[in-house]
Design a protein around this ligand. Structure first.
Ligand code: G3P
Ligand code: CA
Length: 327
């Protein structure tokens, strides 16, 4: 954990994914070595109900599933992780994320589309890696677990929340509230975790832009209102907003414009962990990664941030120790 109580936590988004293919154990080991406070896991389930670390419910944009199992796409042309057993998932090779409709990578300057080097880890395997590195490096690194598409999983007959908690129970992390966050875009799943599964772990309500179609059952515009934040504060410990829901651009004189979201969340005791800070994908009008961090760490004083480049944020915080307003 970060030893400075009021220094924002650095959450390695899909690992050190600016340097190695997302959600590979290599990307997680690199993020650990870079000093990230938390390593993020996006979780989906296999057909046999095993939590695996994968961002999409589909496999084709980050693995060679189409080459290995060409006959296993659904009618929509997509290869769903939940249609594959863990034994089959283990046969896949992971590569740098590529565009849905082609061979080009999403981030051209990142790790090349090298086949064959990486596999899809289970959540249990990744926890084992982190615990091992914590031991050998004398660290205590956090897990930051996102439950992906709970309603999709439920429609497939699977309870992803319960499956994740079972792995945390088996690995000894189920009650480590200072070391594990659970995050989800679906408010109903967070309520289920809090009020029915009774997890003691801190919960983060992710907030998408309503235009993305992230989960049509969730009213993200409402969650951003004072009433929505009141509701979140009844079941969660913080919010994970898109950074553009905080930074709105600049005025004609070039001064940054911010929404009231950080202050309104903090007034309700909610942590604020925005996503995603990328050196190679800066918001319009921002000239450098350091400028972006100045806005969010220096001015908005967020409590943590998701980044593909944990080394850069760790380095920034070392050189810009936050002078935070006492709460
Ligand atoms: O979980 C925070 C952030 O990772 C949400 O976006 O799509 O990268 O999972 P996504
Ligand atoms: Ca995520």
């Amino acid at each position: 954990m970060n030893s400075l109580a009021q220094t924002p936590i650095v959450i390695a988004h899909r690992g050190a994914s600016g340097y190695l293919p997302e959600h590979t154990l290599a990307a997680k080991a690199l993020a650990h070595a870079m000093g990230a406070d938390y390593l993020e896991q996006d979780i989906v389930l296999t057909r046999d109900g095993v939590p695996i670390v994968l961002h999409d419910i589909h496999l084709q944009t980050t693995t060679d599933v189409a080459e290995r199992f060409p006959e296993r796409a659904r009618k929509d042309g997509q290869y769903y992780a939940i249609d594959f057993s863990l034994a089959e998932i283990r046969q896949l090779r992971v590569f740098e994320r590529r565009q849905p409709d082609g061979e080009a990578t999403v981030f051209p300057a990142r790790f090349p589309l090298t086949p064959g080097l990486f596999t899809v880890p289970t959540l249990a395997e990744e926890i084992s890696l982190i615990a091992g590195l914590d031991r050998s490096r004398g660290k205590q690194t956090g897990l930051y677990i996102e439950l992906k598409a709970p309603r999709f999983h439920a429609a497939e007959g699977q309870d992803i929340a319960r499956a994740v908690l079972e792995v945390l129970q088996e690995t000894g992390y189920a009650k480590r509230a200072s070391q594990v966050f659970l995050q989800c875009f679906d408010d109903a799943t967070l309520r289920y975790l809090r009020h029915e599964l009774h997890t003691p772990l801190p919960l983060i309500q992710l907030i998408a832009d309503s235009s993305w179609g992230e989960d049509s059952a969730v009213d993200y515009d409402f969650l951003l209102t004072p009433e929505g934040l009141d509701a979140i504060a009844r079941y969660a410990d913080g919010i994970g907003p898109w950074l553009r829901q905080i930074y709105l651009g600049s005025d004609p004189q070039g001064a940054p414009l911010f929404s009231p979201l950080v202050g309104e969340a903090r007034a309700r005791g909610l942590l604020v962990h925005p996503y995603t800070f990328r050196r190679d994908d800066l918001p319009e009008g921002i000239d450098s990664f350091e400028q972006l961090l100045d806005l969010f760490v220096g001015q908005q004083q967020v409590d943590g941030l998701f980044t593909d480049f944990p080394d850069l944020v760790v380095d920034y915080l070392r050189h810009h120790p936050p002078a935070r307003t006492p709460q």
